[in-house]
Design a protein around this ligand. Structure first.
Ligand SMILES: Cc1cc2nc3c(=O)[nH]c(=O)nc-3n(C[C@H](O)[C@H](O)[C@H](O)COP(=O)(O)OP(=O)(O)OC[C@H]3O[C@@H](n4cnc5c(N)ncnc54)[C@H](O)[C@@H]3O)c2cc1C
Length: 544
């Protein structure tokens, strides 16, 4: 599929509606643009990078291509809702594969024995049998955990799909009544001790807090829905990688008449009093009726909006006092030959708690947890025939975390961590001659993420502790402004593709209402692929 990314794509569709500028062409910006353009608004997306996609863009090293960020695609039905609302289907653009096994877990221990291997599967009985072998009783506990979380997700769904502007919105959604079930004050790890006896099973159902860049010992137990979502709706691989989804959205935007201007960083948002009146791009002021921020929310607050106009909770000092997710050290490796690993393999450290403490406190670990994606196993489009495109992610401290008063000096540490990681591909993952087989390579450190306008290089945005969720996150209609909006991982519900798409749905509905136009989400779904829809019994389609 070809996506035309010229700087100012003119479109033939005339747009009499209000004009909207979107700052950033990440998944949040592109998905909201689809919905707004389909509603008849005149949409222009400004993207600072030469390519679209943000953290969900395609990276290339010689003949190898990689996902920059997301590799696990979950709840594809949310994206299908968006494509369906605008009269298209995800399957018009991208072929999707459900992975089984979903991923391999290698759980290290401090007993000096080999890691416990669990090949996770959506076949619940098979999965229960695996956990039963790990620890008698944990198999039945798993089935109970899944049933309980099915209920939990249906209770949470109205919250995930609604704007939360304060306690009154929560009360309207009966959120306080369901709080005793959701237990937001409890950590996911503590919550799991009620179900599972073995550390291995607890870890298998809690490492997913890393998707939010958080430790399971701190992450609220609300997020036990993450493993549930994997087991219930599957882990998917879009052919070409998750970046094929952003390419598809960019193509859809163009077809719907939105303009995408790449290599066009917004330097600042301009205001008329408290109203955003436009954006400055390459020195030129461009006038708009509304501005939507998709760039990393706290970065944008600090860098695009004058501090004097921001509310108290968004002044520099307040933003600096907030907690941020972890960062990541990345190696994208074009490898000679095939690699005998499943599509996803996650290794957890023998010193798991120490590793998490190091990440929180700004140190490197001796035996860090890490994750390897070997998508060439499933998808031949990513590497030359017979070769592999490997993606290696090591969770690390963000640049706010500073042991001994100074953050890690990545200029010094990166070469060493690179060498260690390549050695561990061999010793932990069993990839023979890993270092010698590297034919092309890209490396990212937290410094590189920060250089991409990501505050503190915190790749998963503001942390998702309870005091930074719901209405305490930057809101869909940004606090203090009438016509300034947010989408993406920085707003409610948070980081991760499915919830980013839910945020776009919320923001687009609010903005359409403000402009007096009908949201395409309010119309009956025009088209919808059926392969990835949730099973009706879960009631998760309610509200679609
Ligand atoms: C390493 C990594 C792994 C991840 N893995 C997963 C996963 O497996 N599954 C999952 O669901 N999620 C995952 N995520 C989380 C999340 O889904 C992605 O980060 C997602 O891309 C975030 O989308 P977004 O729209 O919020 O922001 P972004 O993707 O960051 O998009 C924001 C855009 O704004 C642009 N921008 C910034 N400043 C300006 C400016 N001044 N002017 C114009 N444009 C600007 C940026 O260049 C960028 O294109 C992962 C993230 C990372 C980093």
């Amino acid at each position: 599929m070809h996506v035309n990314q010229t700087r100012a794509q003119q479109h033939p569709i005339s747009k009499p509606g209000k004009s909207v500028a979107i700052v950033g062409a990440g998944p949040g910006g592109l998905s909201v643009a689809m919905l707004l353009a389909a509603a008849g608004l005149d949409v222009t997306i400004f993207e600072s990078q030469p390519v679209i996609g943000g953290r969900t863009r395609r990276l290339e090293a010689g003949p190898y291509s990689f996902d920059c960020g997301p590799t696990f695609f979950m709840m594809p039905y949310v994206l299908e809702e968006i494509f369906g609302a605008v009269g298209m289907a995800t399957s018009d653009f991208v072929e999707m594969k459900r992975l089984d096994p979903m991923y391999r877990l290698l759980i290290g221990n401090d007993r000096g024995t080999a890691p416990t291997q669990i090949d996770t599967t959506g076949d619940l009985d098979k999965m229960a049998a695996q956990l039963e072998r790990v620890q008698p009783g944990d198999g039945a506990a798993f089935l109970r955990f899944i049933a309980d979380n099915r209920k939990k997700l249906s209770l949470m769904e109205p919250i995930l799909r609604s704007p939360i502007r304060g306690l009154s919105d929560l009360m309207n959604l009966d959120a306080l009544k369901v709080a005793p079930v959701l237990r937001p004050w409890e950590s996911i790890y503590t919550h799991l001790t009620r179900y599972f006896k073995s550390e291995e099973s607890r870890l298998a159902m809690s490492f997913q807090s890393k998707y939010l860049g958080m430790s399971p010992f701190e992450c609220p137990s609300l997020f036990s829905i993450l493993p549930f979502i994997e087991y219930e709706y599957g882990v998917w691989h879009p052919i070409g990688g998750c970046n094929a989804l952003t390419a598809a959205m960019a193509e859809a935007c163009t077809r719907l008449g939105a303009r995408v201007e790449t290599a066009s960083p917004v330097q600042r948002i301009v205001f008329d009093g408290k109203r955003a009146s436009g954006v400055v791009v390459q020195g030129e002021t461009r006038k708009f009726d509304h501005v939507v921020i998709n760039a990393d929310a706290t970065w944008a607050l600090k860098n695009l909006i004058p501090e004097s106009l921001r509310t108290r909770e968004h002044k520099d000092a307040a933003l600096d006092a907030k907690r941020y997710s972890c960062s990541t050290f990345m190696l994208y490796l074009g490898m000679e030959g095939e690699v005998d690993l499943p599509h996803h393999t996650i290794y957890t450290s023998t010193k798991y708690r120490q590793n998490l403490a190091d990440i929180g406190e700004g140190r490197l670990s001796e035996d860090a947890s890490f994750y390897v994606c070997n998508p060439s196993r499933t998808d031949p489009t990513l590497a030359p025939k017979g070769d592999s495109a490997l993606y290696v992610l090591v969770p690390t401290a963000n640049l706010q975390a500073a042991a001994d008063g100074a953050p890690i000096d990545w200029k010094k540490s990166a070469p060493q961590l690179r060498a260690e990681t390549l050695a561990r591909l061999e010793s932990v993952m069993g990839i023979r001659d890993a270092a010698k087989r590297v034919k092309a390579e890209i490396m990212f450190t937290p410094d590189d993420w920060r250089a991409q306008n990501i505050n503190h290089g915190a790749t998963f945005n503001l942390a998702h502790n309870i005091t930074q969720m719901l209405h305490w996150r930057p809101q869909h209609r940004l606090q203090g402004f009438d016509n300034l909006w947010t989408v993406g991982g920085g707003t409610h519900p948070g980081s991760g593709l499915p919830v980013i798409f839910l945020a776009s749905e919320i923001t687009s509905r609010l903005l359409c209402a403000e402009c007096g136009v009908k949201s395409p989400l309010d119309a009956p779904l025009a088209r919808r692929g059926d392969s990835t829809l949730p099973r009706e019994r879960d009631g998760v389609l309610a509200g679609v």
